[in-house]
Unconditional design. Sequence first.
Length: 434
Amino acid sequence: MKQYDAYSLLPFLDESPCNFLAVDTIRRNLEENGFTELKLTDKWQLKPGDKHFVIKNGSAIFGFVVGTNPIDEYGFNIIAAHSDSPGFRIKPNPEIAAEGVIKLNTEVYGGPILYTWFDRPLSIAGRVLLRNPENPMRPIAKLIDFKRPVMVIPHLAIHFNRAVNEGNKLSKQKDMLPVAAIINDMAEKENFLVKKVAEHLGLASFDDILDFDLNLYPCQKATLVGFNNEFICSGRIDDLGMAQAAMCALLNSDNEGITKVMAIFDNEETGSGTKQGAASPVLANILHRLASNMGLDNEGFYRAIAHTFMISADNAHAAHPNYAEKMDVTNHPKIGSGPVIKVNANCKYMSDGHSSSIFLELCKNANIPVQYFVNHSDVAGGSTLGNILTSQIDIDGVDMGNPIWAMHSSMETASIKDQENAIRVFTEFYNTRL
């Protein structure tokens, strides 16, 4: 039987090189465990015990189990995470010829640590949209993953910039363009990428390709590191680590009375302001339809929301052994020491004393440690899904995440023990009536 534990995070990361592939990986795991897909355009007919998922735009997925207990009295137990990670997206008409090679024109997505992308074997993954001769309003979407190194972003040699180790300001447009091939003739440049995509997909003609959403990703596999194999090193741990933990908990939990919801949004790294992002009404609409299928009117739905609790799961900063001064004076979340509650006086996170207390009790019942993250008062912090979602749905909840190093690097570092603990507390949450 397939295991849904901390160690299964490694193949999960390898199978999920971008948001579209991450959602497809979750979809396959849900289907293997009896979940069936519902379309937003379908008429839903739900009953207690049903297990379903909904996919939005191919890059966000919402899985749920309908509990046997009345939703207006028990509410929804929700875990939210996101499928996207900082990196590079390929622009339309990307081919640039220079010095005998083809470069691809890219745009930075989110806030990656740029110099960590230099001199790494890179591949391409994402979604390709094909012409549908039967209905131009419904182009055919195909997932693609080259699964091998096809590009590299070469760094300038130190001999041409002797001061590179003293600080090196980078241009996203000039310095970060990946090299894809040597060319002998300028004619090879024309439609180079779409021809390679068509060849990979086995298409008769590249003219069938209407558009694409393609991402670069480092080819290095997720791996355990450390003399005791205590660390996980991989790209995209933020936030696929939390997405995988939520999925495992949904599949491992066994309290049939609780209505459990796993919401994996897209575009958190760019502010969540898309139709598949946390700032959209997509989750509120799904919850409303679920409640309506259980016979609740608006009054019943609002009662259900009042009983609802959400864990907004997005990775947290671990105290860095070389930069201890960057952390808050009294709150130093350590890697390998348990999940981290995120707190901010200016309400960048949804956590407050009440919601933090609930999560503390869940951790106690799961017999795992718990930590706090608070920004150093001289350093501005970011935000995440929790507060964005509360602008759409009036729910209680806590922002938390596992502590990691090098957040937004092309290779991040987490703890295998922390992943285990996250799965345990998420499973405890899905099994607990609020």
